[in-house]
Every structure is written in structure tokens, then in C-alpha cells.
Write a new protein. Sequence first.
Length: 250
Amino acid sequence: MPTALITGASAGLGREFAWQLAESGHDLVLVARGTDRLETLAAQLRAAAGVEVEVMTADLADSSDVERVAERVRDGERPVDLLVNNAGYGLGGSFLRTSAREEVDALTAMVGAVLVLSRAACDAMVPRGHGAIVNVGSVAGVMTSGTYSAHKAWVRVFTEGLARTLARTGVTATVVNPGLTRTEFHERAGWKASGAPAFAWLSADRVVADTLAAVAAGKAEVTPSVRYRLASLGLRLAPRALVRRASRRF
């Protein structure tokens, strides 16, 4: 069976990736900070899908934990065929209210870890001639919503460049740019998104299904739903002054 390693696997999109990949016959390596939630999910996946599930407790804001996960990705005796860099979080405050330590930790988890783990995956997958990397970005990456937008903008551009670099190696890289998605993310971040209209929300299963379809097709980028594809196009084409004004609402 192929093996997928998923960061931020205990909740939200990470949990949905775990379920859909298990149901498609992938063994799993689940990475997150909370051991109890990971172990519970692992037991459920083993019972429901009959797959092998390995649990790794790691805080990707800690560079030593990032390197420990990277070593697992590089392990040639237990190859990882699909890497899903999903771990991420919002700080719930403006740059003037968060501490430098909080910002550096977020940068490490959402940018540094993506770079290190993607490189580890390339080191392992390219010599084998097959594999895939998925990096979870966001529509926020074309907005100006603080450092979270900056992190996700980096993820998008990095992944597009990586996809070009990996051309003809048998390894692919795909960035997914979800819009508002019904998970625990906004509540945990303390972001007030509840006022958004019902049509603005995506389901986690739709986002993950669209992402895995894009991976199978070898696409470098996917933005689930027509409405968010149009919104992203508009934001990319609009004058940046307008984008800055629009971003104040989020």
C-alpha cells in the first residue's frame, strides 16, 4: 500500500485528508501536537479502513521536531509516497498585538516546516521516480490579512516553483487554496467568520476531494469551487489598494 504523511492531522482538513486517503487504501503517518487525539483517530482509521497508521507527536513550531518528521519522510525503508503539509493556525490578533515569539513560531510551522519537509520529500521521492507533495495554502494568500496571508502567499509561490522544478521527475507538487471551510480553524484562531453568508462556506470533504483529484491529474494548483476561483482571480487582478481595503473585513 502507498503511505501518506499528514501534518496537522488531528483536526480540520488534516483529519479529512486522513479519512479520504485511508478509504482509498493509503497507510498513514499522522503528525500533530496532541497525542490523545491522534491515537483516537488512528484507532478509528484502523478499525474502519483496515490500514496501518503510525502516530508522531510533534510541534512544527519547534525546529527539532520538524527535523524529526523530516527524518521520517526521508526513511527509505518505510517510504512516504504522499506528503501533505497541512499544519497551520491563525494567531487571532494583529501584528501589533502578537509577540515576536508567537510570530516566529507561526512562521516556523507554516513556512519553515513546509520548506524542510518538502525538501525531505524531494530527497526521498526524486531518486525513486514517483511521489507527490501537497501544500495547503489559502485564498488569504492573495489578500493582505496580516502575517497569515504572507505565509500562505509564500506557500503558493513556493509550491508553483517546486512543481516546475520537479517536472519530468515523476514527482509532483500541488498547492490547494481553500476559501472559508467548515472546520475548527476559525474558532481556534478567534477569528469572527460566523457572519459570512452560508454560500461562502466550503465543506472539508469537498476541499480534500478536489485536492486529491488535482494531485492525481498532476496539477500544480487548485482552488476548490468556482466562486473562490473567481474571487482569487479578481483579487490577483485588482489594484493592490483595493485588495488592502477589502482585506480589512477579514
